[in-house]
Ligand binder design. Structure first.
Ligand code: HMG
Length: 389
């Protein structure tokens, strides 16, 4: 029985900054951000959005009849809003999903959406009637005027995992690798990540090569068996560092195709930034919409989460996949509202973060359907707005 990703959708915040503006404000050559980091724009998060509202917005874009079939909801996040309660329970209410449902949350930095997908495959294998909704939702925050600032971002990807999937049938073989290292982490007291940036880049490439080579050893496949390799994209240059580590100076048509398809994968991420758990899967949507890939071809996927864990796995693209992935993303990204660097800094400092104080946010200027209206008695107040501004 084929099991895998049946449908995919993506949502981000209504606001963005141009990274050329950020470069000017920080006194940096804009080419460092555009070429050196590989990012053009970054999603800006108003205090009225968090990983719950973003996750709900992504899942809401999936067809209603598909959402009605959901039997398990798994949120994958490292921007969780509670150490105890699963964020998916709020999302379940906002989406008005059936009460007869299992809801849980997974965590291992950016890797956990891949764990959630693999666990979902297991559930469907045990009971082919299961429909699992996996939501990867995060806000990547490093802090104003930090080296990591240019690699911030926010958004969510929602994926349905079923038998006979319409997008990607996930193959059983995969290679995982885990080591206890400190490249990036966020202790319980911190609203922003601690990061050893250059070290994290090295570990990422090392884990990619280790997991890719192990996958190749197990399967006996070669580079020519892949139409594309999709990478976790904390910033788009990182995918290039990974692929360069594998291809070196290989100028063969196979290698050239993988490079072109990486450019296609990077297209949407360049405009949003790091989504942590969702980055690989926004990359997959971007690849499927903008790349040279055909039904029945194999796509390799490299998932990386700091701390650190990597997994290389693969899937076979399904005929007609185009109809089951979010189709108006370029237009939606284009329609976001640009904000100035001053406005971005103001919004950044208004986030609820670790505060326990009662607060009411003005939701009138946020055009999103799902908003965080504030916090009272340490409970977040989520609202559904039935207007689109
Ligand atoms: P930095 O020190 O500001 O930048 O930090 P840099 O000096 O290393 O420069 C970056 C690149 O720009 C370099 O290219 C420069 O040569 C180039 P590279 O050597 O890397 O190929 N450059 C220029 N290019 C063109 N024109 C110019 C110019 N100037 C310089 N004028 C860093 C960069 C990424 C380290 C920082 O932003 C950071 O710490 N980010 C956060 C950490 C991160 O994203 N790590 C990625 C791997 S870990 C991961 O993926 C997991 C993660 O998603 C978290 C999770 O799992 O939950 C992060």
């Amino acid at each position: 029985m084929k099991i895998g990703i049946d449908q995919m959708a993506f949502a981000t915040t209504p606001y963005y900054i141009e990274l050329s503006d950020l470069a000017a404000a920080r006194g940096v050559d804009p080419n460092k951000f555009k070429i050196g980091i590989g990012q053009d724009r970054q999603a800006v998060v108003p205090p009225t959005q968090d990983m719950v509202t973003l996750g709900a917005a992504a899942a809401k874009k999936l067809p209603k009849n598909a959402l009605r079939q959901v039997t398990t909801l798994i949120t994958a996040t490292e921007s969780g809003i509670d150490n105890s309660k699963a964020s998916g329970i709020y999302i379940k209410r906002l989406l008005k999903l059936n009460d007869y449902i299992r809801v849980v949350e997974t965590k291992e930095a950016c890797y956990s959406a891949t764990a959630a997908l693999q666990f979902a495959r297991g559930l469907v294998a045990l009971n082919p009637e299961e429909t699992v909704l996996v939501i990867a939702s995060d806000i990547a925050r490093y802090g104003l005027k930090t080296p990591g600032e240019v690699t911030q971002g926010a958004g969510a990807v929602a994926m349905l995992v079923t038998k006979n999937p319409h997008v990607l049938a996930i193959e059983s073989v995969s290679a995982s690798y885990t080591k206890d290292i400190m490249d990036f982490w966020r202790p319980l007291f911190a609203a922003e990540a601690h990061v050893d940036g250059k070290y994290s880049n090295q570990v990422y490439v090392d884990f990619f090569l280790k997991t890719y080579q192990r996958y190749i050893q197990i399967t006996g496949r070669t580079l020519a068996d892949f139409a594309a390799i999709a990478f976790h994209l904390p910033y788009t240059k990182m995918g290039k560092k990974g692929l360069d580590g594998l291809l070196n100076n290989d100028q063969s048509p196979v290698a050239q195709r993988l490079r072109n398809n990486l450019t296609a994968e990077q297209q949407f991420s360049r405009q949003v930034g790091n989504l942590y758990t969702g980055s690989l899967y926004l990359g997959l949507i971007s690849l499927l919409q903008n790349g040279d890939v055909q039904p029945r071809e194999r796509i390799g996927l490299f998932s990386y989460g700091s701390g650190a864990e990597g997994e290389f796995y693969s899937g076979i693209l399904q005929p007609g996949y185009q109809e089951y992935i979010d189709s108006h993303l370029q237009e939606e990204l284009q329609n976001r509202q640009q904000v100035t660097i001053d406005q971005y800094e103001h919004l950044f400092n208004q986030q609820l973060g670790m505060s326990s104080a009662d607060v009411e946010f003005d939701v009138s200027s946020d055009p999103s359907e799902y908003v965080l209206a504030g916090q009272k008695n340490a409970q977040r107040n989520y609202q559904i707005q039935d207007r689109q501004l």
